[in-house]
Design a protein around this ligand. Sequence first.
Ligand code: PLP
Length: 360
Amino acid sequence: MERKKNYFAGPSVMPVEVLEKLKEDMVDFKGQGLSMIEASHRGGMFEEMYDQCLALFRELLGISDEYDVYFLGGGATLQFTMIPMNFLRPGSVADYIRSGTWSNKAADDAEKLGKVNYYYDGKANNYSSLPDPKTVKPSENSSYLYLCSNETIGGIEWQDFPDTGSVPLIGDMSSDIFSRPIPVDSFSMIYGGVQKNLGPAGATFIIMKKSLLEKQNSNLTAYMDYKLHSKNKGLYNTPPVFSIWAVKLVLEWIKANGGTEGMLKRAIEKSSIIYDTIDNSSFFRSPVDAAYRSRMNIVFRLPNEELEAKFVEESKKEGMLGLKGHRSVGGLRASIYNALPVEDVVALAQFMKEFERKNG
Ligand code: PLP
């Protein structure tokens, strides 16, 4: 089978080796006469696999014992509600950095549950840039400061993170987790959906500093309560078993390919190929501040929307999928997550150059 070139933003490309392993073990997991997705999540083969998955997750990101790590269901979107419910203290304020669709959605949800301060709002520059992390200071009496490390739709990514001192820093890393080493210790909580760099949709990873739980609000219903999930390492209720199993295999793939340093090298190499193509052309244009360009989601424009539609149509004929920009912003977007082979990025750059030659 010839695989399509998959530039979708999520769910997105998986390492083909992982898909093969899932297929191999789907019916009979390692001769145990049972599929992983049929096994109970209490004890036995699932829990053994889950513990290995969590251990590898910690190892690859260098997460210390000060943090709990586990998976929940509900998508990253559920966290937009859970975070303020748990940590936005009554009488206090939470600082949000509005940098695009995903942080804005999180901020809008928080505003329904408490007082929110917009430390920064990128509206004026059409969410094409970010504040200098060195200048970011949380407001007095802040419960936490919230940011999204990579805006999947707008194509901007924090390169360094603010030092928020004693105020907890919380980050949504749905679309760039495991694409680079991260300073976990700068954060009190990091979370994200797994469906970009880590596996099939269904699970959300949570990295929670234990000391943040001491500041948690009371009177939470069971599923909304991070303390309960920490105590049960995410197994309070039935976890998204298939998604977690695949994540474990993707983590093994990441480890075999150089860990987060290896992923960073890949991301730099691949994103440079496309950004160089854009920068060396007067036909393609990047609408985002070069200092904060995403290495995962490359947003670009053509001189007009007709040409953009033509680009998408013609790319599909070449087996290239997912290059249309998000419907809310238009334009074009190539998502080039960890598992996308370098050859598919080279093929895209060649396609772009050829398209320019014919239409420029
Ligand atoms: N945060 C970011 C950065 C995303 O890219 C997405 C989805 O693409 C979400 C949150 C929402 O994730 P979910 O669909 O798992 O709720």
